[in-house]
Design a protein around this ligand. Structure first.
Ligand code: PLP
Length: 452
């Protein structure tokens, strides 16, 4: 299996090369060159544990890593999850199920990919015999998950920029209270976009990238999407066979990474009814799927902050597939978008539909889900509970523990929800480094703290 760019102007890459590169050199995103047909194989995977299923699936996408090594990697990656099933499928009623994706170390679904990515980095260090510096910017959940995946790993230093005062106090504690010498949480002034720009500038300096062996952690790495495919297959296999084709997956999504993985599984033979993209008021994806217009709006912070995006970075992978894998066409569309043009089509006919919730609706939804089922949903998950399919089963992907967003949940339920992992953080010393939002400052900091 090899990987090509959505913009078609790089040579095919192996899995390891694509993981290491992150973004393709032509500015595109890596996608598998072909889709394996898993339809006959899937039923034979029914009895596998989550790590075994992950190993079977991922070994098809990265044959350069032997199945046996994949089994070790996935067993280790998911051993830190608190739930025995890794991703429990909870039944609210006969037609409504919740797939809980927050039993990993940082209590949000990004652990599924980043626990594994941390181990892939470690493997890379062993193979290259060189230290690796991992650099990324975060609005909260990605940074803490990346840190949890890399902390204490020999040969790796991780540097995460976050906008000072604009991540939740708990998210900041998850990044800055690890006590691990190889973890550096860097607080920069401004917004997430400012932090992101500084990181991009650092990657634009090829000499620096080579000097410190710099690797990016962001939402577009191919390993992330492939690791996320596994929980769709897992949930689908837990359904009675007669219900599988009726299932609609409801997916809180921002950058389109979460739902893309499921849509790819459908292309590989996971027969289901389809998907619903659940957005907050930053609703570019909802507007696209309901009208065909892809128009960047102004970013407004919301009660579901991990879905606060103006444009969805993984959408390009959807476009590529939807436009018949025509890289020249994608290049043209991305250039027009970059020039500020609004893209529009007739309403898309796909297996994906969409919904949206504003902040007031999110609070109501949390209260309603509690009243109806006695279940506590976090603000991202709450966005899913609307516009349910009239028939078949709905599988709602629950992306974070409600305890990560205590203020909004308290507003809805009139009480605090807590989680022991987060409570334990409150007593630990916070070690965060304030830094100017300047590439020179970041590069100097990285150089000074390699192997510290
Ligand atoms: C990141 C995140 C999302 C959105 O995921 P995408 O990959 O952007 O689709 C949803 N919920 C939570 C809690 C998240 O951390």
């Amino acid at each position: 299996m090899l990987y090509e760019s959505t913009r078609g102007q790089v040579r095919p890459h192996s899995f390891s090369e694509a993981v290491e590169a992150g973004l393709a050199a032509d500015g595109g995103l890596f996608v598998p060159q072909t889709w394996p047909d898993l339809s006959a194989l899937l039923p034979t995977w029914e009895g596998l544990s989550y790590p075994q299923l992950a190993a079977q699936f991922l070994s098809r996408f990265a044959p350069e890593i032997e199945l046996e090594e994949w089994q070790q990697l996935t067993a280790q990656a998911y051993s830190r999850f608190a739930a025995a099933e890794v991703a429990p499928l909870v039944k609210l009623d006969e037609r409504t199920l919740v797939l809980e994706l927050w039993h990993g170390p940082t209590l949000a679904f990004k652990d599924f990919a980043l626990q594994l990515l941390g181990l892939l980095y470690k493997r890379q260090v062993a193979q290259q015999g060189r230290r690796l510096a991992v650099l990324g910017a975060t609005s909260g959940d990605t940074g803490s998950a990346a840190i949890a995946g890399c902390m204490g790993q020999p040969g790796i230093d991780i540097f995460i920029l976050y906008p000072q005062g604009r991540v939740s106090p708990l998210q900041e504690r998850q990044m800055a209270c690890t006590g691990a010498a190889n973890v550096h949480a860097l607080a920069v002034p401004g917004f997430f976009d400012d932090a992101q720009r500084v990181v991009k500038d650092c990657f634009g300096d090829e000499g620096f990238v080579r000097e410190v062996n710099l690797s990016a952690v962001n939402s577009i790495n191919i390993a992330r999407v492939l690791a996320q495919c596994v929980y769709y297959l897992w949930a689908w296999l837990r359904l009675p066979a007669s219900q599988r084709s009726t299932a609609e997956f409801v997916v809180p999504t921002g950058n389109f990474g979460n739902v893309l993985a499921g849509w790819w599984c459908q292309r590989m033979g996971m027969a289901c009814r389809g998907f619903r993209v659940a957005t907050n008021h930053n609703d570019i994806l909802h507007r696209f799927f309901s009208t065909g217009e892809y128009r960047q709006g102004e970013l407004r912070s919301s009660h579901a902050p991990s879905m606060d995006i103006a444009a969805a970075s993984n959408f390009e992978r959807f476009l590529f597939e939807w436009q018949g894998r025509d890289a020249a066409k994608v290049r043209g569309l991305m250039a027009r978008m970059k020039a500020g043009e609004v893209l529009s089509w007739p309403q898309p006919q796909t297996s994906i539909r969409s919904s949206r919730m504003d902040d007031a609706q999110i609070v109501q939804s949390i209260a309603e889900v509690w009243r109806r089922w006695g279940y506590v949903a976090d603000p991202h998950t709450a966005c899913a509970f609307t516009d349910m399919a009239p028939e078949g089963v709905s599988v709602i992907l629950s992306t974070a523990s409600a305890a990560k967003f205590p203020e909004v949940v308290a507003q809805a339920l009139g009480r605090e929800v807590t989680h022991p992992t987060l409570e334990a953080l409150k007593g630990l010393p916070l070690r965060s480094q304030p830094l100017a939002a300047e590439p020179a400052a970041v590069k100097a900091f990285v150089r000074a703290h390699l192997g510290a």
